[in-house]
Design a protein around this ligand. Sequence first.
Ligand code: PEP
Ligand code: MG
Length: 322
Amino acid sequence: EQAEWKSLKDAKTVSADGKHFDIAANVGTPDDLDGVLDNGGEAIGLFRSEFLYMNSSELPTEDEQFEAYKKVAEGMNGKQVVVRTMDIGGDKHLPYLPLPEEMNPFLGYRAIRISLSQQDIFRTQLRALLRASNYGKIAIMFPMIATVNEFKQARAIYDEERQKMIDAGQPVADNIEVGMMMEIPAAVIIADKLAKYADFFSIGTNDLIQYTFAADRGNEHVSYLYQPYNPSLLRLIKQVIDTAHAEGKWAGMCGEMAGDQIAVPILMGLGLDEFSMSATSMLQTRSLMKRLNTADVKTLADKALELETNEEVQKLVEDSCK
Ligand code: PEP
Ligand code: MG
C-alpha cells in the first residue's frame, strides 16, 4: 500500500474516470515545505500565518513576514500558496497583543475581527503578501468571515494597499486571488452573495462543525457532537460548493475533514474542487480518488444528503467504497 502511494507522488490527482481534483497541503511554517513537495502536493491550500505572530516577542515586521511568504512562494515553484491572514484569538494568544478577557473566546474577538479593528496589523500583513506575490503564486484568504460587509471591508483594505504600492511604482502580481474561509454558518447561508465578491471559498470544517453544532471543538464532554458526516453539515458544504460554482468560482476545504477517507468520496460527489490536508494524508487520498468514479460518488453524495445521522452516512460510505 505504502509503495503504491509513493508511486503517485508525481501523478495528477484524478478519479477513475479522469476528473481532476487538486490535492493541497495545510502548513504551519515554511519548514513544512519539504513535506509538501515530498508528498506530491499540487498547492498549499492553507498556509497558517499564525506562526509568524506566535514565535515572536513582538509583532512581526513587514520585512520578516515578506521573507517568510517569499520563501514559501518560491519553494512551491509557481504552484498556488493560499496564505490565510492572521487567525489569532480564540485559543491563540500573543503575549505582546493585549486581547480582552472573554467569557467565550471562540465567539469573541479573533481573526478578521481583530484585523478589521486593528488595521495597522492587517495592512502590514497585506503589504508583505503583496510584495511576496512577485515570487510565486500567492492567494490571500480571510478567516472567520461572517458577513458580506466584513468581506467587502477586508477586500477594500487589500485593494487600497495594493493601489498604494502600484502608485509608488512597486511591482505586485496582477493575478492574486482573494478568497475567504467558510467556517461560520451565517456565511454559508449567504454564500450566494459572498460568491460575488470572493474569488474562492475554502471550507474550514474544524470551526464550521464547532459553530454548526454549538459544541466547543476542544471540549471532551461534547466531543460526540463532532459529526463531520452529519447530513446537516453535508448540506452546508453542498451549498458552499454550489454557490461558488454558480459564480464561476472554486471551492476547497482546508479543515481536517478534507483528508478524512470516509468524507473524501462524498466531497468528490458534491463537486469539491480542492482538498487541502496535512501533507502525510495526501498520497493516500490521491490513491483513494483514483479508485472512485465520479458518477458513483455523485450517487453516494445524493444518498448521504437524504440520510438522518452521522452514523448512517459513515455506514453508507463504508458499505459502498470497500
Ligand atoms: C478550520 O477551522 O477548519 C481551519 C482550517 O482553521 P483552524 O483549524 O486553523 O481554525
Ligand atoms: Mg478555523
